[in-house]
Design a binder for this molecule. Structure first.
Ligand SMILES: NC(=O)c1ccc[n+]([C@@H]2O[C@H](COP(=O)([O-])OP(=O)(O)OC[C@H]3O[C@@H](n4cnc5c(N)ncnc54)[C@H](OP(=O)(O)O)[C@@H]3O)[C@@H](O)[C@H]2O)c1
Length: 242
């Protein structure tokens, strides 16, 4: 008999995260659906349980709160003793979309600062400390109104920068932990609250690629970027991912 696998999904109460929970549970994975808000999370689990998926439980998680992260880690350790899959799905766009064209086309996902772009792609020399410095640099430029001067993205800036550094960080983690698979996924432009329901594909379609990446066999690729279900070069895709 196959060993039971356990998965945490962050931001599992709605959108692509909720659908990822549904698809993983349908594949026999035991899912810890997390949400920063207790009642929204419990409601989401109830929905899945009622639909016949009893292998989904709730635990609170606010990814910005270290004590909440520690509490979840303790819960998983005590209750299950292991974790097989972590889907780092939770995110905020930070703006409300009025004109979806630029977001849909991926327009402006590039940094204009070529040096920084090259640095983020130079995975052999990039470090966690340097990533932290880049984030601090961005925050400081944001506050000082220096985004244009230093070549940061000018629209949806925080979201794009956070995803670009997350992509770089993913590759660092893949290099550091050779015994696990660590990958990025761009799910496509999905009809969710984040896109003000302007997406081009359904949540069911959007969840397919993160679920595919989560269920890769042990000898699958690591440190790669999936554009939907296809491996794509990082260099051409400083784009949003889960
Ligand atoms: N939709 C797209 O077209 C698209 C395209 C590319 C990438 N993505 C990525 O796919 C992922 C899911 O997107 P989505 O469209 O499903 O977004 P969504 O509908 O806006 O849902 C976002 C989820 O993240 C949760 N969240 C936000 N901040 C959190 C925090 N600090 N702690 C815990 N949970 C938090 C939200 O919880 P609350 O309900 O409490 O707010 C919600 O459950 C994101 O990483 C996004 O960047 C989406």
């Amino acid at each position: 008999m196959e060993e039971q696998r356990y998965a945490i999904v962050t931001g599992g109460n709605r959108g692509i995260g909720l659908e990822i929970c549904r698809q993983l549970a349908s594949n026999g994975v035991y899912v810890i659906l997390t949400s920063r808000n207790q009642s929204r999370g419990e409601e989401a689990v109830e929905k899945l349980n009622v639909s016949g998926l009893s292998n989904v439980v709730f635990h609170q998680l606010d990814i910005n709160d270290p004590s909440s992260i520690a509490c979840l880690a303790g819960f998983v350790q005590t209750r299950f003793g292991k974790l097989d899959i972590l889907i780092n799905n939770a995110a905020e766009l930070g703006i409300i979309i009025h004109d979806d064209k630029e977001f849909r086309d991926g327009g402006g996902f590039w940094f204009h600062n070529e040096k920084l772009k090259a640095e983020l792609q130079d995975i052999d020399n990039l470090t966690e400390e340097r990533i932290d410095e880049i984030i601090q640099w961005f925050l400081s430029d944001f506050k000082a109104n220096k985004l244009q001067k230093n070549g940061w993205p000018l629209t949806v800036s925080a979201y794009k920068v956070s995803k670009a550094v997350l992509n770089a960080y993913t590759r660092l983690m893949a290099r550091k932990y050779e015994n696990i698979l660590v990958n990025c996924v761009h799910p496509g432009y999905v009809i969710t609250d984040m896109t003000s329901q302007t997406g081009l594909i359904t949540m069911e379609e959007g969840a397919k690629s993160p679920v595919m990446a989560a269920l890769l066999p042990d000898n699958g690729p690591s440190g790669v970027y999936f554009n939907k279900t296809q491996i794509a070069p990082f260099s051409s895709t400083v784009m949003p991912s889960t």
